[in-house]
Write a protein that binds this ligand. Structure first.
Ligand code: PLP
Length: 287
């Protein structure tokens, strides 16, 4: 079935939605994005994603083409028009098209940003088979740029890393820099040792995950101990558990790292408990 998508103020059938070939998102990856999950037809962590979107735009000196209240209405309208009960809403804002290719940013007064949004229907998002089996990951060197805190559409290297994982018969990759794990290709990385949840501290080296923030808050509320520090692949392989968090996969257990099985090879207890708490609590605050 054809989706209805949103492009620059219009709701259109996906086959009729177009963006200029001169759009800077297309030519230069000059754009930012957000992925927001939908459960029970409602948006999960919307405020967090909206705040991070504004921050990404400010960091790149890019104009926001829509007010946040209006943006929430578009999210709701797309979810309604496409009948999404469980799934995702993808949003991308680029610096628009000045009608030619030029490295210099166009004047935002003259060239409006492009905004594109579409839904993805994922009926088993909360109950995914992968969350029951757990993921197998490989490690790869982190060769991305130094502003990973900005959620840009420059996703070529994460896509290449996912392909390396796929070729190795695995599900995903953790990226490593100076001997320490930065994050997953599209998620934040965690280990559990002696009941303690360990995840890398926030900096420009990683994306400040919205799910990460919520999960750490829920973990603290549940009296779990959280330590924000970096860790190596060797430390992760020797840990009791490992998992990742992201808006599209919530809390996802990791059962193998570079061929080394974690524990008994089944999703860990802490990861599954956190997944349950996250899903329960975020459903309650969904909008
Ligand atoms: N790290 C990277 C590199 C990501 O691409 C993502 C999500 O796409 C995350 C972490 C998790 O962020 P969030 O929980 O906001 O989805």
């Amino acid at each position: 079935m054809s989706r209805t998508v949103y492009v620059n103020g219009e709701y259109l059938p996906e086959g009729e939605a177009t963006v200029s070939i001169f759009d800077r998102g297309f030519l230069m990856a000059d754009g930012v994005y957000e992925v927001t999950s939908v459960l029970d037809g409602k948006l999960i962590d919307f405020d967090g994603h909206a705040v991070r979107l504004e921050r990404s735009l400010v960091e790149l000196d890019m104009a926001c083409p829509i007010e946040m209240d209006a943006l929430l209405e578009v999210f709701h309208e797309l979810v309604r028009l496409n009948g999404i009960n469980e799934g995702m809403v993808y949003l991308q804002i680029t610096r628009g098209s000045a009608g030619d290719r030029d490295f210099i940013f166009p004047d935002p007064e003259k060239v409006p940003s492009t905004i594109v949004m579409f839904t993805q229907d994922v009926p088993d998002l909360a109950n995914s088979a992968l969350s029951k089996r757990g993921t197998k990951i490989i490690s790869v060197e982190d060769i991305r740029w130094a502003r990973r805190d900005i959620k840009t559409v420059q996703l070529l290297y994460p896509a290449m890393a996912k392909m390396m994982a796929k070729k190795a018969g695995c599900d995903d990759a953790w990226m490593v820099e100076d001997g320490h794990v930065t994050e997953g290709t599209s998620n934040n990385a965690y280990i559990v040792k002696g009941g303690k949840i360990i995840t890398r501290q926030l900096s420009n080296d990683i994306l400040h995950g919205i799910t990460r923030a919520a999960v750490l808050r829920f973990a603290a509320e549940a009296q779990m101990v959280v330590e924000e520090r970096s860790f190596s692949i060797e430390e992760a392989q020797g840990a009791d558990e490992a998992f990742t968090t992201s808006a599209s996969a919530f809390v996802m257990p990791v059962v193998e790292i570079d061929g080394v099985q974690m524990g008994d090879g089944k999703p860990g207890r802490v990861a599954m408990r956190l997944r349950e708490i996250y899903l329960d609590e975020s459903r309650k605050s969904a909008v």
